[in-house]
Design a protein around this ligand. Sequence first.
Ligand code: ATP
Length: 270
Amino acid sequence: VRARVMQVDHSPDVTYEDIGGLADQLQEVRETVEMPLDRPEMFTEVGINPPSGVLLYGPPGTGKTMLAKAVANQTNASFIKMAGSELVHKFIGEGAKLVRDLFEVARENEPAVIFIDEIDAIASKRTDSKTSGDAEVQRTMMQLLSEMDGFDERGDIRLIAATNRFDMLDPAILRPGRFDRLIEVPKPEADGREIIFQIHTRNMNVSDDVDFSELAELATDASGADIKAVCTEAGMFAIRDDRTEVYRQDFVDAWEKIQVDADEDVGSSL
Ligand code: ATP
């Protein structure tokens, strides 16, 4: 089970330079995750405990996973990823056992950054706490909180969680000493989008007629993941046309195609 649901990455290759438009968020993640791993004595000397857990929240595809991976890379920590949905199980005690396993794997791989994506799957406001499924999810969350409470003895482990559904979270997990550092990771503004275009075209053969600030204005409302998709798609347009250089028009066409695809997705899920 462990191998299937837990991803251990000993050296994630994402760096801070790969992340566009999230300077404030990066700064905060560094303070709360990198500092305690790199300079634990600072916290001891000042006499405060570093935050137990950091919660990143915001729309899909905005760089939350990247932030967590980059800080693990920077601190030479292993990166251990699990989705909250993987912690939801039918059998009593199974979710809690997975949480214990997760921290055990982290201890075996110290220093480590544990990243739990979709934390809302186990930390939502309860709708009907009488159903047994809910009680089991509740137990899983309690196990996670108790592992977090024991952080002091755990050495070099930091916990980062992420959610697209901040509004759904049970306030209990946001109490002091738990996920008490909340970092919003929004969609990028125009200048952020421009940088993200530059990042994702670093290895592309881009024609001189491409103006990234123009593309950033065009791609209103795009997430980082959308921009990455536009760049790949623009490259595909060039290849279909038997060219090795990517033109402005390829990016414009790619943006249109991505929007049409997104609309169709929404349509099909209605
Ligand atoms: P989800 O909530 O769906 O898990 P996420 O916020 O964790 O999404 P990531 O997995 O970090 O998003 O981003 C997906 C991909 O989109 C990244 O691998 C990267 O290529 C691109 N991307 C997203 N945000 C950025 C950004 N700020 N800068 C550069 N690339 C980005």
